[in-house]
Structures are given as C-alpha cells and as structure tokens.
Design a binder for this molecule. Structure first.
Ligand code: NAD
Length: 434
C-alpha cells in the first residue's frame, strides 16, 4: 500500500520505518525542516534502539521517503497516519492544533479515496471532528474514512513494540475501513480489536491512566513502607505474584514522566471535568506523582543538610532508560530544585545530554563519564535506571565521591550489596542505610 505518515517524532518515525520494513511504500511528512533534512541523510533525529538501521536500509531502497511537500504526501495515498504531537494546554487539555492543521492540509491536497488513521493520542470525539473538517473541505465523490488507531509503543523498545505489541485497536465507523486496517496488521500476528471510534479513543487514555495509577499506588505503598519499616521490593514481589494484579508497573521510584503519562492523565481529567464527572482517583494519581518528583532533593537535604555550594552528581536525565527523551522527566524538577538550593550539578546520561542542554544550557555541567560525575561529589542522585548505572559496582561511589550520600530514585541496587559499603544509601520505600 501507499502510506503517508504525518509527523516524524517518536511515533511517526517508528511507524514510517516499520511500515516500510513491512514492504509498504511510505512517505513521511513533517513541518520541521531540520528533521526532514536529517532524515533525508538517513540519520535519525532521535535515539531509539534499532531505528537508525531500519531507517538507513529502507531509505536506500527508496521504499521510505521524507518530504515537507503536502501535495506529494497527501494527494495519492491509500492510507494516511496522523502522528503529530498533542501536547498539554495550560488547562491540562490536549492541544489539537497540529492534528487539525494536518487535517486541513490533507483535505486541501486529497485527490483520491483514502483512509485516515489517527495514531496521535486524542480526546474522545476528535476523530469525528477530523472527519467533519475533511468532509467540509473535500465533499464526495472522494471517499474518506477516519479511523482511531491508538499507538501503544514504548520509547526505548518502540521497534519491538510495533512488531510485537499486545494488541491493535481499530476504532472505525465503517466495516470496510476496519477490514483494510485488519489486513494491514494481520502479518504481525497480534490480537486485533475492532471497536467504535469513541471507545478506541478512550481505550488509549484509560490504558495510560491505569498504568499511571499503578505507579502512584505502589509509590504510596512505598511511602508507607518507609514509615513502618517494611521493604517495598519485598512487598511488590509479593503483590505481583497475584495474577489478578499483574506483574508490571509495580516498581517504586520517583514517579512517571515522559511525553505521555503526565499529559494524558491531565487530558483525561479535563475530559471528565467537561462532562461533570469528578474523577478524584485520577486527580490523586497526578498529585502523588508530583510529590514523587520532589522526593530526591527532599531526601538529599535530610541526609546532607544544606546543598549550597556542594557538587551533586545527577545520574540520568532521560525520563526512562533507552531513550533521549527528557519531556516531563523527573530529572527536570530535580535539577531545578538543586539549582534553587545553590548546588553545583553535574549530570550524566548516555543519550539525553543534547536534549537537556537545550533545556538547561550551561546552568549545569554534563558528562558522558559516570566516574567524572561522581568525582568529589557530595551527593549522587539516581534519576534514571540506565543499565550503565544499574551495573555499576557498588564500591564506585565510595571510591570517587567526597562524601558518598546516594539517593537512589529507582532502587537500582540491592540493599545487601550497598550495606557493606562505607556510604549513606537512601532509596525509595526501603530502609535507609546510614
Ligand atoms: P513528537 O513531538 O516527538 O513528534 C511530533 C512531530 O509532528 C514533530 O516532528 C513535529 O514537527 C511534527 N508536526 C507537527 N505539526 C505537523 C504538521 N502540521 N504536519 C506534519 N508534521 C507536524 O511526538 P510523539 O512523541 O511522536 O507523539 C505523537 C503522538 O503520539 C502524541 O499524540 C502522543 O501522545 C502519541 N503517543 C506517543 C508515544 C510516545 O512514546 N512518544 C506513545 C504513544 C502515543
């Protein structure tokens, strides 16, 4: 099939590259000239394991192309995937400007029947609005179907997730359009759920809100564990063996971040408010998460006293391992709070430094060498559980740091290994080693 993907961010680029890998003729369009220029050279503007190899391979054969020209992208496709950003408005609602701007552009350039699939996460009713816009500008005989096709990939394992996801949700108002998409995804052997558009849109928000709820729940239990001298790792292990609860998303830490959970939970809360449904549970989930982001600096101050003038090694900038994405990362709040305290921050991250530099400039120092970050530091804060950090030998902290106080926001190290080291080790929901 001829497929156009609008937006070459984390979702659009992965979809474009993987659809080309499946043998489809793909053209990706973006309004960001720098991104398109970079992609046309076969270079990925984002860090995502496996992405650049597939990008290079499929671009070389010509099956995958990149453009800024809407006529080239939208006039002659069988399928158009909308994968542009839907960031947060000031009031918490989803900003749909890019989605609607793409819709107008599609309507303006369309020349043949097409199925438009919305990969972007959008509030219930948005796909109906997209259809309205396109039908208004492009009346029959051109036939347009608009399908909700929510994306569930995880940054860091996005390529794997595209080919091996848990399910494909197809929210269509026409059975013909649903069948075309079912056929598209059939080779991937994933369960396919066909449903109505509003339900598909809600499935995406409900999934993210539920996962965020699990995280905030286990973080509240962790806070209780600290007060009653229990160990959250032991507790989580015992909980996750219950098949009704599920094994995932029960790791205590300094909260969720990234480009999805924070904005999607707030957008769902806003959606609930719009229909006068007081979603108090979700409100608490968001409040708990906000509190988690401040835990590391609170704990660091309790252990070290004042941080003014002291060197703090921040290990991890990305909101999770295997990505360079720092959007809504806990590290952002941590850095801001450390700077407010007058600390000198040296941040380590194997992939996210360029993005962090755009955010913090030279207000902090950066390094690709963990031991350089730790050298003469008085406190180390672990914000991301990169393998490079988890696999450190516990003795490295005492060897390099001036006063080894470690605040482990991701519970990377077993307590028994840290207890034999001459360090102060404070993690989340586990007894502090002082
Ligand atoms: P992103 O910000 O990384 O990328 C969005 C891209 O769209 C940018 O490159 C931007 O230049 C481009 N764009 C904006 N307006 C455009 C236009 N009019 N025409 C063409 N391109 C345009 O966003 P992302 O992280 O890829 O997320 C995209 C959507 O997918 C969001 O709705 C997000 O909630 C959802 N989603 C994201 C993830 C994730 O892990 N990142 C997972 C599932 C769903």
């Amino acid at each position: 099939m001829k497929i156009t993907v609008a937006g070459t961010g984390y979702v659009g680029l992965v979809n474009g590259v993987c659809l080309a890998e499946m043998g489809h003729q793909v053209v990706c369009i973006d309004t960001d000239e720098t991104k398109i220029n970079t992609l046309q050279k076969g270079v990925s503007p984002i860090y995502e394991p496996g992405l650049e190899g597939l990008l290079k391979k499929n671009r070389k054969t010509g099956i995958l192309r990149f453009t800024m020209n809407p006529q080239e992208a939208y006039s002659n496709s069988d399928l158009i995937f909308i994968a542009v950003g839907t960031p947060e408005n000031k009031d918490g609602s989803a900003n749909l400007d890019s989605v609607f701007s793409v819709s107008y552009s599609i309507a303006t350039h369309l020349e043949k029947d097409v199925i438009i699939c919305t990969r972007s996460t959008v509030p219930v009713g948005t796909n109906a609005k997209i259809e309205e816009i396109i039908l208004r500008l492009k009346p029959p005989p051109v036939h347009v179907d608009v399908v909700s096709l929510p994306e569930f990939l995880r940054e860091g394992s996005a390529i794997f997730d595209f080919f091996n996801g848990d399910r494909v949700i197809i929210g269509a108002s026409s059975s013909e359009a649903a069948e075309v998409l079912e056929e598209l995804f059939l080779p991937l052997s994933m369960p396919i759920v066909k449903t109505d558009r509003n339900s598909a849109e809600m499935i995406k928000y409900a999934s993210n809100a539920f996962l965020a709820t699990k995280i905030s729940f286990i973080n509240e239990i962790a806070a209780l564990c600290e007060k009653v001298n229990a160990d959250i790792d032991e507790v989580a292990n015992g909980i996750r063996m219950d098949g009704r609860i599920g094994a995932h998303f029960l790791r205590a830490g300094i909260g969720y971040g990234g480009s999805c959970f924070p904005k999607d939970t707030k957008a769902l809360l806003k959606l609930a408010g719009n229909v006068e449904h007081p979603f108090n549970l979700l409100k608490s989930v968001i409040e708990v998460n906000n509190k988690q982001h401040s835990l590391p600096v609170t704990k660091a101050k309790m252990a070290a006293g004042s941080l003014a003038g002291k060197k703090v090694a921040l290990l991890g900038l990305a909101y999770k391992p295997d990505t360079d994405d720092i959007r809504e990362s806990a590290s952002i709040r941590i850095i801001q709070e450390l700077l407010d305290e007058g600390a000198k921050v040296v941040a380590y991250d194997p992939a996210a430094i360029p993005n962090a530099k755009r955010y913090f400039g030279d207000t902090i120092d950066y390094t690709l060498d963990i031991t350089e970050a730790l050298t003469d530091a008085e406190t180390a804060i672990i914000a991301t559980d990169w393998d490079q950090i988890r696999h450190l030998h516990p003795s490295v902290f005492a060897a390099y740091m001036k006063e080894p106080i470690i605040i482990d926001g991701r519970n990377c190290f077993p307590l028994d290994k840290m207890s034999v080291e001459p360090i102060t080790y404070i993690s989340i929901g586990r007894p502090a080693l002082i």
